[in-house]
Design a protein around this ligand. Structure first.
Ligand code: CNA
Length: 239
């Protein structure tokens, strides 16, 4: 393992255009559960799997139940950026990281200082009235109870891409462009099982695809380097 981390350190030193592609496993060390990890939401007891609750249809049919789960498990109180978020922000400041492409919706990359973040699945920090479009911040959702209502009386919806909704095209194009021009692509904390997000990796043309994930992924065979360790521990050692 030591040898693999040394290889990654060398690749990071040599890289000029790093792109990081991540998922829920990046934020488990900040106390936000993932879906498929050992302590993930799939292993907790709910009446429905998370991907059913976090779907467009469910939101429209049972908004009360959606918001109960959402406030309890997605809006984790007091979550702070960890070593991975901080290292990525540092690389961007040093001019060696082009972009973070994330499936996460927790806003922790921006909280760490990252500016160029493609949030493929949106963000809990932005919320809009489904009728008049008025903006509400995350505190409004946290502090409300039941289904949050706009001053106009309509439902406020988080600006997150629920299952069954389509991704923002500009966000996808930006992410694809970054991935296609990366000289080092680090993929971490993701099961790579959610599409179309995982399919964006197909656009990487280089020969330094690194996977840092605790468990196997469907892309392991394509990776040039695999590190199966907690991602924060790995990133804390990088230059
Ligand atoms: P996932 O399917 O739950 O997979 C997470 C992966 O990360 C698993 O393979 C784990 O083994 C791995 N993992 C967990 N912790 C660590 C760690 N410390 N170090 C290394 N590896 C770790 O999550 P994906 O992101 O792949 O799935 C995409 C979904 C999950 C997206 O739609 C997200 O919006 C959604 N999600 C986001 C958050 C968040 O914003 N923090 C939380 C939960 C789910």
């Amino acid at each position: 393992m030591e040898e693999r981390i040394e290889t990654l350190k060398a690749w990071v030193r040599e890289a000029k255009r790093i792109v990081f592609f991540g998922g829920a496993g990046v934020s488990t060390e900040s106390g936000i559960p993932d879906f498929r990890g050992v302590d993930g939401l799939y292993h907790q007891k709910y009446a429905y799997p998370p991907e059913t609750i976090l779907s467009h249809d469910f939101f429209l049919r049972r908004p009360e139940e959606f918001y109960r789960f959402y406030r309890d498990k997605i809006l984790v109180q007091g979550a702070q950026p960890n070593a991975t978020h901080r290292k990525l922000a540092q690389w961007e400041q040093e001019g060696k990281l082009m972009a973070v492409v994330t499936q996460n919706i927790d806003g922790l990359h921006q909280a760490a200082g990252s500016k160029k973040v493609y949030e493929l699945h949106g963000s809990v920090l932005r919320n809009y009235c489904m009728d008049c479009g008025k903006f509400y911040d995350v505190d409004f959702i946290r502090e409300s109870s039941g289904v949050p209502r706009c001053s106009c009386g309509c439902t406020v919806k988080p600006d997150v891409v629920l299952y069954g909704e389509s991704l923002d095209q500009d966000c996808i194009l930006g992410a694809l462009h970054a991935i296609a021009s990366a000289d080092l692509l680090i993929v971490g904390g993701t099961s790579l099982s959610v599409y179309p997000a995982a399919g964006l990796l197909d656009d990487y043309r280089g020969n330094r695809l690194v996977l840092v994930n605790k468990s196997e992924t469907p892309r392991d065979a394509r990776a040039d380097l695999i590190i199966r360790e907690p991602i924060g521990q790995v990133f804390a050692q990088l230059p």
